[in-house]
Write a protein that binds this ligand. Structure first.
Ligand SMILES: NC(=O)c1ccc[n+]([C@@H]2O[C@H](COP(=O)([O-])OP(=O)(O)OC[C@H]3O[C@@H](n4cnc5c(N)ncnc54)[C@H](O)[C@@H]3O)[C@@H](O)[C@H]2O)c1
Length: 388
C-alpha cells in the first residue's frame, strides 16, 4: 500500500478548486496533476496549488502510470464518460454529484468499478456532516421508534447558478434545482432511513424565475450560451413511496418567495416515539416535564474535506466507502424521477400516525461538546449517551 495516494483533479471550475483545497489538507494524499479544458482555469489551478502536470485533455492525464486516483468535478453530462474512462485506466474515482444523467449510465459506472476492482464513491458531502452522522446513529439506535415519514427540502430564494451555463440546460445538467440541490437532501434522507428502494414517485416541476432572467447568482465558471439560457426546473416538489411503505416528501427551489425565517435546507424524520430534524441536529420527544427538544451542539467542521479524507482512506486500505456505489445507483433512478412531472398518486383515506401529546409543556435541553475526532469517534458516543 502506498503511504500517500497520488491524486489528480479533472475539472478545475468552481468546485474543482474545492477538491484541490481538500486534497491539500489531506495528510494521506498528494495532488500531482490537473486536467481542465479551459486554459486560463487550468493555469490558475496549477499555479495556485503548485501542480507541475497540467493537461488540456483528461485522456493524457489518465495515461500517467504513477497516478492512483482522480476526483471529478465537471458538468454532469460528462460524469459517466470520464468516470468510466478513469476506472478503465485503473484509477480510483471520487465523482461529484449527481452520479450520472440517468440510471443506465450509473449502472455502467458501477459495473466498471467492480470489474476493474477500484474504489468508486459519489461525493455526497452531507453524509459526512457531523449532524448527519449523529442523526444516523440516533436513528439506528431506535430512539425514534418506527420512522414512517420524512421530509427533506432545500429552499433557496435567489440562487440560480449563472443563467445560460450548463447548470440551466437540461442536456448538460439532467435537471435544475433537483439535480443541483435536491440530490444532497434526498440522499441524506434515504441514508438516514437506510432505504434506497423507491416504489413510486409523484412529482411536479416549475420554471417560474429562470425563464424571466430572475433569481440568478454568480456560481459556476463555465461559459454561457445566450441562445439556450434556461430549460430546467427552478422549483420541484415530489412524494416518494418507499418499498417499505414509508413516504418521503422532497421540496427544492433555486428561486422562490420563501419566508425568511425558515431553515433553508434540512431533513425532518417523523417516528412513533420521537422526531428528529437537521440542520442542526435536534431531537423532539415527550419528556418528564412535557414535550422536550434536545439540541445537539456540534463543532463546525468541513464535511467537504472529510469526504475526501474518507475516499483516500478507502482507496488506500481497500475499504468500502460510506457512500456505497450500489446505493448511489438506486438513488440515480429515484432523483431523476423527481424531476419529471407525473400523474398524481391515487387518492386514499385519512391515515393516523400514533399518539398525540396534547397539553405538554415544551422544555429545552442543550448539550454542548467542544471536541470531536474522526468520523465515528468517542464523542459521538457521548452525544448519543446524552440523548438517552
Ligand atoms: N458537492 C457539492 O456541494 C457541489 C457543489 C458545487 C458543484 N458540484 C458539482 O461539481 C461539478 C462541477 O460543478 P462546478 O460548479 O465546478 O461547475 P463549473 O462550471 O464551475 O466547473 C466545471 C469545470 O469543468 C471543466 N470541464 C468541462 N469539460 C471538461 C473536460 N472534458 N475535461 C476537463 N475539464 C472539463 C469546465 O471548463 C469548468 O471549468 C458538477 O457536477 C456539480 O454538480 C458539487
Amino acid at each position: 500500500m502506498p503511504e500517500r495516494l497520488r491524486c489528480a483533479v479533472i475539472g478545475t471550475g468552481g468546485f474543482g478548486l474545492d477538491h484541490l483545497n481538500s486534497l491539500l489538507h489531506c495528510p494521506r494524499a498528494t495532488a500531482v496533476a490537473v486536467a481542465e479544458t479551459n486554459p486560463e482555469r487550468l493555469k490558475e489551478a496549477a499555479d495556485r496549488f503548485k501542480i507541475s502536470r497540467a493537461y488540456a485533455d483528461y485522456h493524457d492525464l489518465l495515461d500517467q502510470p504513477d497516478l492512483d486516483a482522480v476526483t471529478i468535478a465537471v458538468p454532469n453530462h460528462l460524469h459517466a464518460r470520464i468516470a468510466i474512462d478513469a476506472l478503465q485506466a485503473r484509477k480510483h474515482v471520487l465523482l461529484e454529484k449527481p452520479m450520472a444523467m440517468n440510471a443506465r449510465e450509473a449502472a455502467k459506472i458501477v459495473e466498471t468499478a467492480k470489474k476493474m476492482r477500484r474504489t468508486f464513491m459519489v461525493a455526497q458531502n452531507f453524509r459526512f456532516n457531523r449532524h448527519t452522522q449523529v442523526a444516523k446513529a440516533i436513528v439506528e439506535r431506535g430512539d425514534l421508534g418506527e420512522v414512517y415519514h420524512a421530509r427533506c427540502f432545500w429552499l433557496w430564494r435567489s440562487n440560480i447558478p449563472r443563467i445560460g451555463s450548463w447548470f440551466t440546460q437540461k442536456q448538460f445538467s439532467g435537471g435544475g434545482c433537483t439535480a443541483d440541490l435536491g440530490v444532497h437532501m434526498l440522499d441524506t434522507c434515504l441514508h438516514l432511513l437506510g432505504e434506497f428502494e423507491v416504489k413510486s414517485v409523484s412529482a411536479q416541476t416549475f420554471a417560474k424565475f429562470g425563464p424571466r432572467g430572475l433569481g440568478e447568482t454568480d456560481w459556476g465558471k463555465s461559459a454561457l450560451d445566450p441562445k439556450k439560457p434556461f430549460d430546467v426546473e427552478d422549483y420541484s416538489v415530489a412524494l416518494l413511496k418507499l418499498k417499505s411503505g414509508r413516504t418521503v416528501s422532497l421540496e427544492v427551489s433555486w428561486a422562490g418567495h420563501h419566508a425568511p425565517d425558515t431553515r433553508e435546507y434540512g431533513v425532518d424524520l417523523h417516528g412513533t416515539t420521537a422526531g428528529l430534524s437537521l440542520y442542526p441536529a435536534r431531537l423532539f420527544r415527550p419528556g418528564p416535564n412535557g414535550f422536550e427538544t434536545i439540541q445537539l451542539s456540534l463543532p463546525i467542521v468541513s464535511h467537504n474535506e472529510d469526504r475526501i479524507h474518507h475516499f483516500v482512506a478507502c482507496a488506500l486500505e481497500g475499504k468500502k466507502p460510506l457512500v456505497a456505489p450500489e446505493e448511489s445507483l438506486r438513488f440515480s433512478s429515484c432523483w431523476t424521477r423527481s424531476t419529471r412531472p407525473q400523474p398524481p398518486a391515487r387518492k386514499r383515506g385519512p391515515v393516523s400516525f400514533g399518539e398525540r401529546t396534547a397539553g405538554a409543556r415544551p422544555s429545552d435541553r442543550i448539550f454542548r461538546f467542544t471536541f470531536w475526532k474522526g468520523l465515528f469517534s468517542r464523542s459521538q458516543g457521548l452525544v448519543l449517551a446524552a440523548c438517552r
